[in-house]
Each structure stands twice: as structure tokens, then as C-alpha cells.
Design a protein around this ligand. Structure first.
Ligand SMILES: Cc1cc2nc3c(=O)[nH]c(=O)nc-3n(C[C@H](O)[C@H](O)[C@H](O)COP(=O)(O)OP(=O)(O)OC[C@H]3O[C@@H](n4cnc5c(N)ncnc54)[C@H](O)[C@@H]3O)c2cc1C
Length: 490
């Protein structure tokens, strides 16, 4: 690079921070200084990731965990030198429940979102009646679909496993993660592994069994690597990731309480802040919800703005509730439960937070966290705090028999925070990407595109940063992903 290049990253959630960190790593290791400014609207970093302590409880507002199956967050933690702070779930109670006919019924061991990978536990479970088990078993003989076009999660599950599996299992398990209506949710974006199992093995169940056998054969090789539980957090909560990222961004200028109100491109990027300040850069990385990015990019490209703004979002809220253990009659012998929408009940899910992760509540106390809102429960999100708390307490009385009021509760609302990946979403993302490439130095990240989870956001942000770095070096060829950066010692 001839002169020192300037970059502006907009958005200080996990996506913006991970992009800024990756860029600063690359610039350090390549001895190529880049001037990075990160601009965040709020007075704090982290976006929807917020952990706080109250009376000895550790409350998560947004995400309470990330999955180890997608390695980007673990790899980032390793590079930050905080692998030792990663916390696995409680070994003793690695299961969750689905609400059915007035009871919380355990999800059978080996059940993978929509399909069993263990025949014995599947046959024994009271979660499904015999006609549903028979219908699910028929999946082995249903021929594969002859099209690679995207379809909805509902259509896929209905086709392969039948209506009851969709209503009673897939909708609460998958719909809960995406707070989406499975009738519209894109299979190709959210669960491509199921489409792949159908394509490769002709049956999801056959594919899951084959993969399980393969894993068993390779288990000695796997045993040498780190063994994490599926869900992970940090001892001091998810915000550990944010704190450590911001602490490492020593050379990045971080501007808090600085909403971006305007972006223009005139061979250089010009970013206007609400304060009236204007910043210039060679490249700009935008890590905002898609509708915000769309609004800001309207003066740059109406087509790109239109595509971005067409991604719908839903609002969700979490309600943390603290109880003495003795006030809860239920055994709490799991991580929590999900509630199918067909039941007409009002919450999406509830985590037994202090059972799932150690250190979330003082001894003899319990922390629960209810999840409300999303595409199928908008009216609950729209209620005021008092009504929402009453709804949640009524619901918890029904599932867990809790009569007493919590010692305290805390409601966090996330308006328009959950992008809805509709059928055909990947085509829309490709269209967005191709339109964005017309503008040199423009890079997009965030949860709107190819995955909503924290590891997805990290991966997409790092890829955007790598592409940006190549661009700044004057090389627009696809970058080779470098994964061998050494861990930073604390
Ligand atoms: C309640 C909830 C629970 C979740 N649970 C999980 C979970 O358990 N596991 C998991 O993996 N994922 C979970 N997710 C998803 C995951 O947390 C998010 O997808 C991810 O954190 C989004 O990060 P982000 O940086 O892309 O966006 P955000 O966190 O939304 O950050 C965007 C940032 O941009 C800032 N901003 C907005 N407009 C402007 C502007 N004009 N100028 C400057 N800055 C601006 C915002 O203030 C914000 O800080 C959950 C999400 C929610 C809401």
C-alpha cells in the first residue's frame, strides 16, 4: 500500500467489532498500517450482546450462548487469549423439553432438530405417538426431491416427516431459534445440512445414522482436539467477547454515541455523523441491520438499498426472572423448553439459565429466562412491560407450577433485531453482493445475510475484513482465508 489507507466500520455489535479486529490483525501481521475508525450509535459496544450482574445473578439480555459446531467464535476466543474463559453447559442435564398436552416432555437423546439419529430413544419417547413415529420412519423410503431450488422449512419437514412433526417439533425447535414462521423460512439459508442429507443419502435419517457411524469410527482422532459441549458461553457472560475485542482494538479509533446519518461515495467514502462531523475513508464496512444499511445507502444505490430494505425483521424480548429454588416445584432437570405455536400459548421458549450454565445465580436460587415475540407472537412483544411480565408469570405457573412472584425480573426488548430469512433469501443475498461490488471499497457484514448466530456473524465479518484488506492492498482477487494467526497472550 502506498499511503496509509483509511477504513470506517459502522456498527459496534459483534459483527463490526470482529471486522475491525480482523482488519487490525491482518494489518499488523502484514506490517501494513491501516487507519481504522469504528462508529457506533449507542454509548456502549456490543449491540444486542449484553450481560450484567444483579444481586449475584448474571443476566444475559441478548444471546446467552453460541454453538461450538460453527468454529468462528471459538477461534476468535482463542486468538483473543480467552479460550480458558469459555464455559460449557452443565454435563448433568444436557437435555431440553418440548411442551405437549400440559407437560414438558424431554426431547429424546440423539434427536437432531427434526429427525432422530438414535433409533432406541426415538422409539421409546412419549413425545410422539405411534402414528407419528411410523410416519417419521417412512422418511427412509420417501424419494428425494428432484430440485435444488430453495423451499420453506415447513414444506421440507411436511414432505419428509409429516404434519405432526412440523407442528409439534420442527416449528418450536427451529422457529424458536429464528423467531420465524417455518412456512416462510428458507431451508437453504438456515438448515442446508438437511437438504444435503436428502440429496446425498436420499433420506435425512439415513444420513444422520451414516454420519453418526462415521463419527464413531473417527472418535479416537476427535478425542485429541478440544471437546466442547454444543452450547457455549463465557464464565462472565457473552459480553466477555465484546470486552476483550474492544480491549484489543487499541489502535482503532472508537467513536461511541455517534449515529451515522449519511453515506456518500465520490471516489472516496464520506460518512456523515449526527453531530455534523464528516469522515472520509478509502473503504467502508457496514455492520448494521439490513434496513439501516439500506436507508444509509439510498443515495449511493437505490437498487442496493431496495434489496437490503426488503429483508424483513421481527422484534423479540427476553425476561430474566430470579427465584429461590424452593419456589419452583419443577425439577428443572434440563436446559429449558420450547413451546409449539399451535398450542396457542404465549411464550416462545424458556431457559433454565442457572441450570444450563454454572455461576448464573447464587446458591439455592434459580435464574430463568423467557423468550417472547417473533413472527408468531407479535402481540406479546407489543404489550407493555407490566402486561408482558404478567403473561410470562402466568405461563411459568402453567409449565413449572411457580405461584410466587420472582425476587426480581428484568425485561430487555430488541426491536427489529431478528432478520427473517425467507425462501429465496440466498438469491437476494447474491443480488446484494453483486450490487455492492459495483462500489469499490464497500463491504457489508451483519446477521442479515448468511446466518444469525454469533459464530455466523463473526465468520461473515472476518471474511468481509479479509476482502477489504485485499482491496486496500490493491488486490481485488478473492482472499485466501488465513487461520494461523497466533493467539494473543494476555
Ligand atoms: C434476544 C436475542 C437472543 C439471541 N440469542 C442468540 C444465541 O443464544 N446464540 C446466538 O448465537 N445468537 C443469538 N442471537 C443472535 C445474535 O446475537 C445476533 O445476530 C448478533 O449478535 C448480531 O450482531 P450484529 O453486530 O450483526 O448486530 P447488532 O448487535 O444489532 O449490532 C449493530 C450495531 O449497530 C449500531 N447501529 C445501528 N444503527 C447505527 C447507525 N446509524 N450508526 C452507527 N451505529 C449504528 C447498533 O447500535 C448496534 O450496536 C440472539 C439475538 C437476540 C436479539
Amino acid at each position: 500500500m502506498s499511503k496509509r489507507k483509511k477504513v470506517i466500520i459502522i456498527g459496534g455489535g459483534i459483527s463490526g467489532l470482529a471486522a475491525a479486529f480482523r482488519l487490525s490483525e491482518l494489518s499488523r501481521y502484514a506490517h501494513t498500517p491501516v487507519e481504522i475508525v469504528l462508529v457506533e450509535a449507542k454509548p456502549r459496544l456490543g449491540g444486542v450482546i449484553e450481560s450484567r450482574t444483579q444481586n449475584g445473578f448474571l443476566l444475559e439480555g441478548g444471546p446467552d450462548s453460541f454453538i461450538s459446531e460453527k468454529p468462528a467464535a471459538c477461534e476468535l476466543a482463542k486468538r483473543l487469549g480467552i479460550s480458558g474463559d469459555i464455559l460449557g453447559t452443565n454435563e448433568k442435564f444436557r437435555r431440553s423439553f418440548i411442551y405437549k398436552k400440559g407437560k414438558l416432555v424431554p426431547v429424546p437423546e440423539g434427536f437432531y432438530l427434526i429427525a432422530p439419529s438414535q433409533i432406541k430413544t426415538f422409539l421409546a419417547t412419549p413425545l410422539l405417538d405411534w402414528s407419528t413415529k411410523l410416519r417419521m420412519g417412512c422418511e427412509l423410503f420417501i424419494s428425494r426431491r428432484d430440485s435444488s431450488a430453495d423451499e420453506s422449512v415447513a414444506s421440507f419437514v411436511r414432505r419428509r416427516f409429516g404434519e405432526t412433526t412440523l407442528r409439534e417439533i420442527a416449528q418450536p425447535m427451529i422457529g424458536g431459534i429464528y423467531t420465524a414462521d417455518p412456512e416462510y423460512l428458507s431451508l437453504a439459508t438456515t438448515m442446508p445440512q438437511f437438504h444435503e442429507l436428502e440429496r446425498r443419502y436420499g433420506s435425512v435419517i439415513k444420513g444422520l445414522l451414516a454420519r453418526k457411524a462415521l463419527r464413531a469410527r473417527n472418535s479416537s482422532a476427535e478425542a485429541s482436539g478440544p471437546r466442547y459441549s454444543l452450547f457455549l458461553s463465557f464464565q462472565e457472560g457473552m459480553e466477555t467477547l465484546i470486552r476483550n475485542l474492544s480491549a484489543r482494538l487499541v489502535k482503532v479509533k472508537i467513536m461511541l454515541s455517534s449515529p451515522v446519518t449519511r453515506i456518500q461515495y465520490r471516489n472516496v467514502w464520506e460518512v456523515g455523523l449526527e453531530s455534523g462531523t464528516s469522515l472520509n475513508a478509502d473503504a467502508v464496512g457496514i455492520a448494521l441491520p439490513a434496513y439501516q444499511t439500506g436507508r444509509l445507502l439510498l443515495p449511493v444505490s437505490s437498487g442496493l438499498a431496495q434489496d437490503l430494505s426488503s429483508i424483513p425483521y421481527e422484534s423479540v424480548a427476553t425476561i430474566n426472572l430470579a427465584y429461590p429454588r424452593s419456589d419452583i416445584p419443577h425439577r428443572l432437570d434440563g436446559f429449558g423448553f420450547v413451546v409449539p405455536a399451535y398450542t396457542g400459548r404465549k411464550i416462545v421458549a424458556c431457559s433454565f439459565s442457572s441450570v444450563k450454565f454454572a455461576g448464573r445465580a447464587p446458591a439455592d436460587m434459580v435464574l430463568l429466562r423467557a423468550f417472547v415475540g417473533g413472527a408468531l407472537h407479535r402481540e406479546v412483544y407489543e404489550s407493555d412491560d407490566e402486561t408482558m411480565l404478567k403473561i410470562v408469570r402466568d405461563e411459568l405457573r402453567h409449565y413449572l407450577g411457580i405461584e410466587k412472584a420472582p425476587r426480581f425480573s428484568s425485561i430487555r426488548r430488541y426491536p427489529h433485531a431478528m432478520p427473517q430469512y425467507r425462501v429465496g433469501h440466498l438469491d437476494l443475498v447474491r443480488s446484494i453482493q453483486s450490487k455492492a461490488t459495483a462500489f469499490p471499497g464497500l463491504y457489508l457484514a451483519g446477521n442479515a445475510f448468511r446466518g444469525i448466530g454469533v459464530p455466523d456473524c463473526v465468520k461473515q465479518a472476518e471474511s468481509a475484513a479479509e476482502a477489504m484488506f485485499e482491496y486496500l492492498k490493491g488486490n481485488t482477487a478473492k482472499p485466501v482465508r488465513q487461520t494461523a494467526l497466533p493467539e494473543i497472550q494476555r
